[in-house]
Design a protein around this ligand. Sequence first.
Ligand code: KIV
Ligand code: ZN
Length: 513
Amino acid sequence: MSGPDGIVRIFDTTMRDGEQASRINLNTGEKIQIARQLERLGVDIIEAGFPAASPGDYDAVLNVAREVETPVVAGLARTREHDITVAGDALKGAAHPRIHVFIATSPIHMEYKLKLTPAEVLREVERGVSLAKGIVDDVEFSAEDASRSDIDFLTEVFTCAIDRGATTLNIPDTVGYAMPAEFEEFCRTIINRVGRDGVVWSVHCHNDLGLGVANSLAAVRGGARQVECTINGLGERAGNASMEEIVMSLRTRADHFGADTRIDTTKFYGTSKLVSLLTGVSVQPNKAIVGINAFSHEAGIHQHGMLCNKATYEIMTPESVGAPGTDLHLGKHSGRHAFNERVEKLGYQLTDEQSRAAFELFKDLCDKKKDVSDGDIEALLMDRVVQVTPERRYELKDYTVTVGSGGKPTASITLSHGGAETTEASVGNGPVDAAYKAILKILGFSPELAEFRIRATSELADALGEARVILRYKDIKAQGRGASTDIIEATISAYVEAVNRLYSFAAAKEVVI
Ligand code: KIV
Ligand code: ZN
């Protein structure tokens, strides 16, 4: 991955460090959807997972590796032989595979977590990097908790990793402890001391003190030419450095950094929305670059300035990050072309078959409501088109819910399963409670309802209702989504979807339900 010195490679770890932290697992279909979008966005490296961590992670790396062509696909591995061979296997189909080997190097991690001496850690680095290099040509080495490690020891560790064949050397601020000026100097010192042409220096900053982006940018000034980051800053604890903020800082302040990326920034908004919808982690309204308020001007003085010259209050345009100026609604007169264009803008890449199905569903929706907003389209796509549940074990066939001021709400639910239909009824504290109790009678087991959320997909009175349900059973968590003009139907669909996903995650983990 050599390149002009002014190019900063973007290493996306949304599906590894980001997913590790979100409360729910993404399935392989969802990861493929994100990977396709990251490829369109132009990231240089996609870290698709930690293959030895679980069969689900292995499967995701395997499939993402086969799916994308241009980016490098990386799989994470400890220095253990098992991790490295499993990562190598998962990456077999990749056009550009990378094994990312890591071990901690700070005194606290070595003594208490690894229970290894520095000399033993050094031997692990030697062994792990050599093993990985025997499998793939592109090996990255990370010194976990580097920012709290002894700089002389780090110099030895990185020198050893390069001698054994690593070509990307990563300096993580694993616990978000570094300060920008100090981190810039720390990176510069290591890079100067270790030297070597042809290797790429990387950083990976967490956000515990809210400095993940600042530290990543400082490291670029210190000589780093790869930055590891995530969409929306998703990640462990307070998150990882946010990709969109790093890239737009480099672009907007090229005068300051003298470095740029290969990212097509107009894809940021759609990518952010896609990741948020799939992970269920919403983006705060005032989030830089991709928050819904990032380009809205409320104060009269600001609005006046904007009318005179947009540059008075905007240092970058909404168009440059793909943010829609206004949420223009589609309706029954909108054609296939306009619909497809909007779908793409929202960050979805559909197959021809999915695109046909989506357009049919859109037309059905237009019969029910006059204006179809972006939120409605996203809900429809997520709920009915791209949501990939490997096997729909249960399907909702029919439901009746009765509510009124006198008496308890009652629900009757019919689900199909294995070719047969079962109907059960229940009363509950509310219509949703009654419906869920009726479903539990059909299932014959009781997952815990870990989370339940409903929202409207736009501000209009006839917006779609979108429901999200997270179910937990024996340490497995699964999310379900449902969207409908009828909110009760949305909540029931979301529950059934979560049940189906629970079964598929349980099967992957060999857990019996
Ligand atoms: O935060 C960290 O140090 C990591 C490494 C595995 C790169 O995620
Ligand atoms: Zn990390």
